[in-house]
Design a protein around this ligand. Structure first.
Ligand SMILES: CC(=O)SCCNC(=O)CCNC(=O)[C@H](O)C(C)(C)COP(=O)(O)OP(=O)(O)OC[C@H]1O[C@@H](n2cnc3c(N)ncnc32)[C@H](O)[C@@H]1OP(=O)(O)O
Ligand SMILES: N[C@@H](CCO)C(=O)O
Length: 260
């Protein structure tokens, strides 16, 4: 059984472990950070690996949905500049209705994405982070949409929740498109130059997350349509992606344990 060791605050020892643990950094951009943490930890626990887990936040962003636990537990992108990580996960963010230059931490994000090329062995960028990091890397070109791509979709055998106002047409990708279609664009891209996966969906989402977003938007008076391929005929959310999400994380991270 693997062990997930969550390191609190900045600890230079986080990368001085001599065991076979993987040092993983999670840049959490989601407003519901604590929920997103649990979703990612649940998936990492399925890998059965020993993991030193560091949560990170943007140094230049003033967190609106403040929680003291976040400030105590999280490092910032500035704290880790001298460290090396086996893997980096960057979460999604509710930013895809904004232009990149409207994101208040955009310059810091660009620097961080370039920093990771010399300090991280493999990366997983999710949703908005896939679009943003892929744009910075010059790997892809996405475009904003008026209608949200919303629901659970299976492309090339992998099922995942989608919740985004952007698409990445497959023909706009300069790396390997592992999954996608002409309707919702690329869903899984791999770039061997930086060993990075760009996932436009949310493998980490829990069963109810899409429903929570939907009812949130409806409560806020938005005309968000119901997520596709998600509710059963009694309007209960059905999770059809957990196996694929778990398999992805296991296959992604297990390849690195042998080199430790
Ligand atoms: C991938 C997607 O589907 S994105 C689309 C998400 N859904 C929508 O856009 C629907 C309309 N948007 C919304 O309803 C809101 O953005 C919500 C519900 C997602 C959040 O609303 P609010 O709680 O009022 O917060 P607000 O929108 O101001 O910011 C939410 C988060 O977005 C991020 N954010 C918002 N504006 C900025 C900005 N200019 N720069 C950087 N981050 C920003 C922040 O992370 C912020 O939370 P945090 O400061 O606690 O980290
Ligand atoms: N799409 C999510 C944000 C992260 O993709 C939302 O509606 O809040």
């Amino acid at each position: 059984m693997g062990c997930i060791n969550i390191l609190s605050g900045y600890s230079q020892n986080s990368n001085q472990t001599v065991d076979d643990s993987l040092d993983i950094l999670v840049l959490n951009l989601m407003p519901n950070r604590l929920e997103t943490e649990h979703q990612i930890i649940d998936l990492l626990q399925q890998t059965d690996l020993n993991i030193n887990l560091n949560f990170c936040r943007m140094a230049s962003h003033h967190i609106k949905h403040f929680d003291p636990e976040i400030i105590e537990k999280y490092v910032t992108t500035k704290d880790v500049l001298k460290d090396h990580f086996d893997a980096l996960i960057v979460t999604g963010a509710p930013l895809d209705r904004k232009h990149f230059n409207e994101v208040d931490y955009w310059n810091e994000f660009v620097d961080f994405i370039n920093w990771r090329k010399t300090h991280v062995d493999t990366c997983l960028f999710s949703c908005w982070a896939a679009w943003a990091a892929g744009t910075i890397d010059g790997v892809l070109t996405g475009k904003q949409l008026d209608q949200k791509i919303y629901g659970v979709y299976t492309t090339n055998g992998i099922t995942m929740p989608q919740s985004r106002y952007f698409t990445i047409p497959k023909e706009n990708v300069k790396a390997t498109v592992l999954a996608g279609n002409d309707t919702i664009g690329a869903t899984l891209i791999f770039d061997s130059n930086t060993n990075s996966y760009y996932v436009t969906g949310h493998l980490e989402y829990g069963t109810k997350t899409l429903a929570e977003e939907y009812f949130r938007d409806i409560k806020n008076g938005l005309d968000t349509q119901k997520p596709n391929n998600y509710f059963d005929n009694q309007d209960h959310p059905i999770n059809t992606w957990h196996t694929d999400a778990t398999t992805f994380y296991i296959n992604w991270l297990n390849q690195f344990t042998s080199s430790k």
